[in-house]
Design a protein around this ligand. Structure first.
Ligand SMILES: Cc1ncc(COP(=O)(O)O)c(C=O)c1O
Length: 382
Protein backbone atom coordinates (compact mmCIF):
# COMPACT_ATOMS: atom_id res chain seq x y z
CA UNK A 1 0.00 0.00 0.00
CA UNK A 2 1.21 3.56 -0.72
CA UNK A 3 -0.11 6.31 1.54
CA UNK A 4 0.72 9.79 0.25
CA UNK A 5 0.79 12.26 3.13
CA UNK A 6 2.79 15.01 1.43
CA UNK A 7 0.10 17.15 -0.20
CA UNK A 8 1.81 20.39 0.88
CA UNK A 9 4.77 19.43 -1.32
CA UNK A 10 2.48 18.79 -4.26
CA UNK A 11 -0.92 17.24 -4.82
CA UNK A 12 -2.39 14.81 -7.36
CA UNK A 13 -4.33 16.23 -10.31
CA UNK A 14 -8.10 15.85 -10.19
CA UNK A 15 -9.66 13.95 -13.12
CA UNK A 16 -11.47 17.05 -14.41
CA UNK A 17 -8.15 18.95 -14.46
CA UNK A 18 -6.43 16.22 -16.50
CA UNK A 19 -9.35 16.09 -18.94
CA UNK A 20 -9.42 19.86 -19.46
CA UNK A 21 -5.67 19.97 -20.03
CA UNK A 22 -5.75 17.01 -22.42
CA UNK A 23 -8.41 18.77 -24.49
CA UNK A 24 -6.24 21.88 -24.75
CA UNK A 25 -3.09 19.94 -25.62
CA UNK A 26 -4.96 18.07 -28.34
CA UNK A 27 -7.22 20.73 -29.81
CA UNK A 28 -6.25 24.24 -28.70
CA UNK A 29 -2.80 24.68 -30.17
CA UNK A 30 -3.25 28.31 -31.24
CA UNK A 31 -1.13 31.10 -29.81
CA UNK A 32 -3.38 33.29 -27.60
CA UNK A 33 -1.75 36.39 -29.11
CA UNK A 34 -2.72 35.43 -32.68
CA UNK A 35 -5.76 37.14 -34.19
CA UNK A 36 -7.01 34.16 -36.24
CA UNK A 37 -9.61 31.67 -35.02
CA UNK A 38 -7.08 29.22 -33.55
CA UNK A 39 -5.51 32.05 -31.58
CA UNK A 40 -8.87 33.43 -30.47
CA UNK A 41 -9.95 30.00 -29.19
CA UNK A 42 -6.80 29.69 -27.10
CA UNK A 43 -7.29 33.26 -25.82
CA UNK A 44 -10.87 32.44 -24.82
CA UNK A 45 -9.63 29.46 -22.79
CA UNK A 46 -7.07 31.64 -20.99
CA UNK A 47 -9.74 34.30 -20.34
CA UNK A 48 -12.10 31.74 -18.84
CA UNK A 49 -9.34 30.46 -16.53
CA UNK A 50 -8.68 34.06 -15.46
CA UNK A 51 -12.35 34.41 -14.55
CA UNK A 52 -12.20 31.21 -12.48
CA UNK A 53 -9.18 32.44 -10.52
CA UNK A 54 -10.77 35.87 -10.00
CA UNK A 55 -14.00 34.30 -8.76
CA UNK A 56 -12.23 31.99 -6.27
CA UNK A 57 -10.10 34.79 -4.80
CA UNK A 58 -12.65 37.60 -4.99
CA UNK A 59 -10.72 39.97 -7.27
CA UNK A 60 -11.20 41.56 -10.70
CA UNK A 61 -10.09 39.59 -13.78
CA UNK A 62 -7.62 42.40 -14.62
CA UNK A 63 -5.86 41.72 -11.31
CA UNK A 64 -4.86 38.17 -12.29
CA UNK A 65 -1.38 37.76 -13.79
CA UNK A 66 -0.45 34.21 -14.80
CA UNK A 67 3.04 33.01 -13.85
CA UNK A 68 4.98 29.76 -13.83
CA UNK A 69 4.04 29.13 -10.19
CA UNK A 70 4.38 30.82 -6.83
CA UNK A 71 8.16 31.15 -6.91
CA UNK A 72 7.85 33.41 -9.94
CA UNK A 73 4.87 35.23 -8.41
CA UNK A 74 6.80 35.93 -5.19
CA UNK A 75 9.90 37.05 -7.11
CA UNK A 76 7.78 39.31 -9.32
CA UNK A 77 6.00 40.92 -6.39
CA UNK A 78 9.15 41.58 -4.38
CA UNK A 79 11.75 42.39 -7.04
CA UNK A 80 9.26 44.04 -9.42
CA UNK A 81 7.70 46.24 -6.76
CA UNK A 82 10.94 47.18 -5.05
CA UNK A 83 12.62 48.09 -8.32
CA UNK A 84 9.66 50.18 -9.44
CA UNK A 85 9.85 52.10 -6.16
CA UNK A 86 13.64 52.35 -5.83
CA UNK A 87 14.63 55.90 -5.04
CA UNK A 88 11.46 56.58 -3.07
CA UNK A 89 11.81 53.87 -0.40
CA UNK A 90 14.49 51.41 0.76
CA UNK A 91 12.86 49.26 3.40
CA UNK A 92 10.82 46.03 3.41
CA UNK A 93 9.11 44.09 6.18
CA UNK A 94 8.62 40.33 6.30
CA UNK A 95 8.51 37.53 8.88
CA UNK A 96 11.27 35.25 10.15
CA UNK A 97 9.35 32.18 8.95
CA UNK A 98 8.87 32.72 5.22
CA UNK A 99 9.23 30.33 2.29
CA UNK A 100 12.62 30.43 0.48
CA UNK A 101 10.91 31.90 -2.62
CA UNK A 102 10.25 35.05 -0.55
CA UNK A 103 13.41 34.96 1.55
CA UNK A 104 15.79 34.54 -1.43
CA UNK A 105 14.57 37.56 -3.47
CA UNK A 106 14.65 39.62 -0.26
CA UNK A 107 18.31 38.66 0.13
CA UNK A 108 18.89 39.79 -3.47
CA UNK A 109 17.32 43.15 -2.57
CA UNK A 110 19.50 43.39 0.55
CA UNK A 111 22.55 43.00 -1.68
CA UNK A 112 21.12 45.87 -3.78
CA UNK A 113 21.03 48.09 -0.68
CA UNK A 114 17.52 47.52 0.68
CA UNK A 115 16.96 47.09 4.43
CA UNK A 116 14.75 44.17 5.44
CA UNK A 117 13.09 43.74 8.86
CA UNK A 118 12.17 40.14 9.71
CA UNK A 119 9.44 40.14 12.34
CA UNK A 120 9.55 37.24 14.81
CA UNK A 121 6.95 34.56 15.45
CA UNK A 122 6.02 33.09 18.84
CA UNK A 123 6.38 29.47 19.95
CA UNK A 124 3.07 28.68 18.22
CA UNK A 125 4.24 30.20 14.95
CA UNK A 126 2.07 33.32 15.22
CA UNK A 127 3.44 36.62 13.95
CA UNK A 128 4.37 39.11 16.67
CA UNK A 129 1.78 41.73 15.71
CA UNK A 130 3.16 44.45 18.00
CA UNK A 131 6.64 44.03 16.51
CA UNK A 132 5.09 43.98 13.04
CA UNK A 133 3.36 47.29 13.67
CA UNK A 134 6.51 48.88 15.08
CA UNK A 135 8.64 47.68 12.16
CA UNK A 136 6.70 49.70 9.57
CA UNK A 137 8.50 52.97 8.79
CA UNK A 138 7.96 55.88 6.45
CA UNK A 139 10.63 54.32 4.16
CA UNK A 140 8.79 50.96 3.96
CA UNK A 141 7.84 50.11 0.37
CA UNK A 142 6.15 46.77 0.96
CA UNK A 143 5.40 44.13 3.57
CA UNK A 144 5.33 40.44 2.65
CA UNK A 145 3.75 37.88 4.96
CA UNK A 146 3.01 34.18 4.47
CA UNK A 147 -0.69 33.36 4.93
CA UNK A 148 -0.27 29.65 5.75
CA UNK A 149 3.07 28.12 6.61
CA UNK A 150 4.04 25.21 4.36
CA UNK A 151 5.86 23.31 7.13
CA UNK A 152 3.58 23.78 10.14
CA UNK A 153 0.30 24.83 8.49
CA UNK A 154 0.08 27.79 10.92
CA UNK A 155 -2.26 30.52 9.64
CA UNK A 156 -1.51 34.17 10.24
CA UNK A 157 -4.35 36.57 11.19
CA UNK A 158 -4.34 38.00 7.67
CA UNK A 159 -7.31 40.28 8.16
CA UNK A 160 -5.56 42.12 11.03
CA UNK A 161 -2.11 42.08 9.46
CA UNK A 162 -3.41 43.44 6.14
CA UNK A 163 -5.49 46.09 7.95
CA UNK A 164 -2.41 47.24 9.88
CA UNK A 165 -0.45 47.67 6.64
CA UNK A 166 -3.39 49.43 5.00
CA UNK A 167 -3.77 51.85 7.96
CA UNK A 168 -0.13 52.82 7.50
CA UNK A 169 -0.59 53.22 3.73
CA UNK A 170 1.85 50.38 2.97
CA UNK A 171 1.24 47.80 0.22
CA UNK A 172 1.06 44.21 1.36
CA UNK A 173 2.07 41.07 -0.52
CA UNK A 174 0.84 37.74 0.79
CA UNK A 175 2.16 34.33 -0.19
CA UNK A 176 -1.08 32.35 -0.05
CA UNK A 177 0.32 29.29 -1.85
CA UNK A 178 -0.63 26.87 0.92
CA UNK A 179 -3.87 28.62 1.87
CA UNK A 180 -5.70 28.68 -1.48
CA UNK A 181 -7.92 25.62 -1.92
CA UNK A 182 -7.56 24.65 1.75
CA UNK A 183 -9.12 27.61 3.61
CA UNK A 184 -11.27 30.54 2.39
CA UNK A 185 -9.11 33.18 0.68
CA UNK A 186 -11.43 36.01 -0.33
CA UNK A 187 -9.82 39.36 -1.00
CA UNK A 188 -13.20 41.10 -0.91
CA UNK A 189 -12.85 40.76 2.87
CA UNK A 190 -9.10 41.31 3.22
CA UNK A 191 -7.27 44.45 2.01
CA UNK A 192 -4.35 42.66 0.31
CA UNK A 193 -2.59 44.32 -2.65
CA UNK A 194 -0.56 41.36 -3.99
CA UNK A 195 -1.10 37.65 -3.54
CA UNK A 196 0.77 34.60 -4.86
CA UNK A 197 -0.76 31.19 -5.51
CA UNK A 198 0.27 27.97 -7.20
CA UNK A 199 -1.96 25.39 -8.92
CA UNK A 200 -0.08 22.26 -7.88
CA UNK A 201 -0.80 22.80 -4.19
CA UNK A 202 -4.53 22.36 -4.76
CA UNK A 203 -4.82 19.56 -7.32
CA UNK A 204 -3.83 21.56 -10.40
CA UNK A 205 -0.74 21.17 -12.58
CA UNK A 206 2.82 22.09 -11.66
CA UNK A 207 4.56 25.10 -13.18
CA UNK A 208 1.60 27.47 -13.21
CA UNK A 209 0.29 29.98 -10.71
CA UNK A 210 -0.69 33.61 -10.37
CA UNK A 211 0.34 36.89 -8.97
CA UNK A 212 -2.76 38.83 -8.01
CA UNK A 213 -1.87 42.51 -8.38
CA UNK A 214 -4.85 44.66 -7.46
CA UNK A 215 -5.56 47.99 -9.05
CA UNK A 216 -2.84 47.98 -11.76
CA UNK A 217 0.16 48.92 -9.54
CA UNK A 218 3.48 49.95 -11.07
CA UNK A 219 6.07 47.18 -11.07
CA UNK A 220 8.97 46.18 -13.27
CA UNK A 221 8.35 42.91 -15.11
CA UNK A 222 10.81 40.17 -14.19
CA UNK A 223 10.31 38.34 -17.49
CA UNK A 224 10.75 41.00 -20.15
CA UNK A 225 9.64 40.16 -23.66
CA UNK A 226 6.38 40.30 -25.57
CA UNK A 227 3.21 42.14 -24.56
CA UNK A 228 1.57 39.12 -22.90
CA UNK A 229 -0.25 39.62 -19.61
CA UNK A 230 -0.68 43.32 -20.52
CA UNK A 231 3.07 43.77 -20.72
CA UNK A 232 3.64 42.57 -17.18
CA UNK A 233 4.99 39.09 -18.00
CA UNK A 234 6.52 38.31 -21.38
CA UNK A 235 6.33 34.84 -22.95
CA UNK A 236 3.70 32.77 -24.74
CA UNK A 237 1.15 31.52 -22.24
CA UNK A 238 1.18 27.87 -21.13
CA UNK A 239 -2.43 27.49 -22.18
CA UNK A 240 -2.94 23.88 -21.02
CA UNK A 241 -1.51 24.59 -17.57
CA UNK A 242 -3.51 27.81 -17.23
CA UNK A 243 -6.72 25.97 -18.15
CA UNK A 244 -5.83 23.26 -15.59
CA UNK A 245 -5.36 25.97 -12.96
CA UNK A 246 -8.75 27.46 -13.86
CA UNK A 247 -10.51 24.11 -13.44
CA UNK A 248 -8.69 23.48 -10.14
CA UNK A 249 -10.01 26.88 -8.96
CA UNK A 250 -13.59 26.05 -10.02
CA UNK A 251 -13.44 22.75 -8.13
CA UNK A 252 -11.86 24.38 -5.08
CA UNK A 253 -14.65 26.97 -5.00
CA UNK A 254 -17.31 24.25 -5.16
CA UNK A 255 -15.72 21.78 -2.76
CA UNK A 256 -13.96 23.94 -0.17
CA UNK A 257 -16.30 23.34 2.80
CA UNK A 258 -16.27 19.56 2.23
CA UNK A 259 -12.51 19.51 1.77
CA UNK A 260 -11.93 21.44 4.97
CA UNK A 261 -14.19 19.09 6.90
CA UNK A 262 -12.75 15.89 5.41
CA UNK A 263 -9.10 16.91 5.66
CA UNK A 264 -9.46 18.07 9.26
CA UNK A 265 -11.12 14.75 10.15
CA UNK A 266 -8.25 12.73 8.68
CA UNK A 267 -5.56 14.99 10.11
CA UNK A 268 -7.11 14.83 13.60
CA UNK A 269 -7.43 11.04 13.38
CA UNK A 270 -3.71 10.89 12.64
CA UNK A 271 -2.74 13.19 15.50
CA UNK A 272 -5.02 11.47 18.02
CA UNK A 273 -3.55 8.10 17.03
CA UNK A 274 0.04 9.35 17.25
CA UNK A 275 -0.62 11.01 20.58
CA UNK A 276 -2.30 7.89 22.03
CA UNK A 277 0.22 5.35 20.74
CA UNK A 278 3.62 7.07 20.84
CA UNK A 279 5.22 8.61 23.96
CA UNK A 280 7.15 11.92 23.90
CA UNK A 281 5.55 13.54 20.88
CA UNK A 282 4.70 17.21 20.49
CA UNK A 283 2.66 19.07 17.91
CA UNK A 284 4.37 22.08 16.32
CA UNK A 285 2.15 25.13 15.80
CA UNK A 286 -1.12 26.32 17.29
CA UNK A 287 -3.73 23.64 16.61
CA UNK A 288 -6.66 26.07 16.45
CA UNK A 289 -5.05 28.39 13.90
CA UNK A 290 -3.82 25.93 11.33
CA UNK A 291 -4.57 24.59 7.86
CA UNK A 292 -7.08 21.73 8.14
CA UNK A 293 -4.77 19.31 6.33
CA UNK A 294 -1.41 19.80 8.06
CA UNK A 295 0.18 18.13 11.07
CA UNK A 296 3.77 18.81 12.13
CA UNK A 297 4.99 16.54 14.92
CA UNK A 298 8.21 16.30 16.90
CA UNK A 299 9.11 12.69 17.73
CA UNK A 300 11.56 13.41 20.51
CA UNK A 301 14.97 11.79 20.09
CA UNK A 302 14.49 10.81 16.46
CA UNK A 303 16.50 11.88 13.41
CA UNK A 304 13.63 12.95 11.16
CA UNK A 305 15.35 12.11 7.88
CA UNK A 306 15.92 8.51 9.01
CA UNK A 307 12.32 8.13 10.13
CA UNK A 308 11.16 9.51 6.78
CA UNK A 309 13.19 6.90 4.93
CA UNK A 310 11.81 4.12 7.13
CA UNK A 311 8.27 5.39 6.50
CA UNK A 312 8.88 5.44 2.76
CA UNK A 313 10.03 1.80 2.82
CA UNK A 314 6.73 0.96 4.54
CA UNK A 315 4.78 2.80 1.81
CA UNK A 316 4.17 6.08 3.65
CA UNK A 317 5.24 9.39 2.05
CA UNK A 318 5.73 12.28 4.51
CA UNK A 319 8.18 15.17 4.70
CA UNK A 320 10.46 17.16 6.95
CA UNK A 321 11.07 20.89 6.80
CA UNK A 322 14.80 20.23 6.71
CA UNK A 323 16.82 20.72 3.55
CA UNK A 324 19.83 18.59 2.76
CA UNK A 325 22.92 20.55 1.85
CA UNK A 326 25.98 18.56 0.84
CA UNK A 327 25.25 15.72 3.22
CA UNK A 328 24.44 17.80 6.31
CA UNK A 329 20.84 18.13 7.43
CA UNK A 330 19.89 21.73 8.11
CA UNK A 331 17.20 22.18 10.76
CA UNK A 332 14.06 23.97 9.60
CA UNK A 333 14.37 27.77 9.84
CA UNK A 334 10.63 27.93 10.54
CA UNK A 335 10.86 25.72 13.64
CA UNK A 336 14.01 27.52 14.77
CA UNK A 337 12.12 30.84 14.44
CA UNK A 338 9.47 29.31 16.74
CA UNK A 339 12.18 28.78 19.36
CA UNK A 340 12.74 25.05 18.83
CA UNK A 341 16.25 23.67 19.32
CA UNK A 342 18.05 22.29 16.24
CA UNK A 343 17.55 18.76 17.68
CA UNK A 344 13.80 19.29 18.08
CA UNK A 345 13.58 20.73 14.58
CA UNK A 346 15.45 17.73 13.14
CA UNK A 347 13.10 15.37 15.02
CA UNK A 348 9.99 16.94 13.43
CA UNK A 349 8.02 15.58 10.49
CA UNK A 350 5.21 17.06 8.43
CA UNK A 351 2.17 15.04 7.42
CA UNK A 352 -0.20 16.76 4.99
CA UNK A 353 -3.39 15.04 3.86
CA UNK A 354 -5.50 15.68 0.78
CA UNK A 355 -7.44 14.26 -2.14
CA UNK A 356 -7.23 10.45 -2.26
CA UNK A 357 -6.57 9.90 1.44
CA UNK A 358 -9.06 7.96 3.57
CA UNK A 359 -9.36 6.59 7.10
CA UNK A 360 -8.04 3.13 6.10
CA UNK A 361 -4.81 4.71 4.85
CA UNK A 362 -4.40 6.75 8.01
CA UNK A 363 -5.01 3.69 10.15
CA UNK A 364 -2.35 1.81 8.19
CA UNK A 365 0.11 4.66 8.82
CA UNK A 366 -0.82 4.58 12.51
CA UNK A 367 -0.25 0.82 12.63
CA UNK A 368 3.33 1.26 11.36
CA UNK A 369 4.42 4.49 13.05
CA UNK A 370 4.91 3.36 16.70
CA UNK A 371 7.29 0.58 15.76
CA UNK A 372 9.23 2.75 13.30
CA UNK A 373 9.57 5.57 15.84
CA UNK A 374 10.69 3.12 18.51
CA UNK A 375 13.32 1.66 16.18
CA UNK A 376 14.46 5.13 15.08
CA UNK A 377 14.80 6.11 18.74
CA UNK A 378 16.84 3.02 19.55
CA UNK A 379 19.03 3.74 16.53
CA UNK A 380 19.73 7.31 17.57
CA UNK A 381 19.99 6.68 21.31
CA UNK A 382 22.56 3.95 21.99
C1 LIG B 1 4.41 28.76 0.88
C2 LIG B 1 4.98 28.47 -0.46
N1 LIG B 1 5.34 29.49 -1.27
C3 LIG B 1 5.84 29.28 -2.49
C4 LIG B 1 6.05 28.00 -2.97
C5 LIG B 1 6.63 27.82 -4.34
O1 LIG B 1 5.64 27.39 -5.23
P1 LIG B 1 5.98 26.84 -6.70
O2 LIG B 1 6.33 25.41 -6.52
O3 LIG B 1 4.71 27.02 -7.47
O4 LIG B 1 7.08 27.66 -7.26
C6 LIG B 1 5.69 26.91 -2.18
C7 LIG B 1 5.94 25.53 -2.64
O5 LIG B 1 6.61 24.74 -2.01
C8 LIG B 1 5.15 27.15 -0.88
O6 LIG B 1 4.80 26.16 -0.07
Amino acid sequence: MRVYLDHNATSPLLGEVVESMTRVLRDLYGNPSSVHEEGRSARAAVDRARESVASLIGVEVEDVLFTAGATEANNTALLGLARARAGTARHLVTSAAEHPSVEAPLEVLEREGWRVTRVGVDSEGQLDEAQFEESIESETALVSILWANNETGVLQPMQRVAALARERGISIHVDATQAVGKVPVDLQDVPIDFLSLSAHKFNGPKGVGCLIARGDPAFEPILCGGPQERGRRGGTENVAAIVGLGVACELAEEELPDRMHDYAGLRDRLWEGIHAKIPSVRRNGSADRMLPNTLNVEFEGVVGELLLQALDVEGIAASSGAACHSGSIEPSNVLIAMGRSPESARASLRFSVGHGNDATQLDYALSRLPDLVERARRGTRP
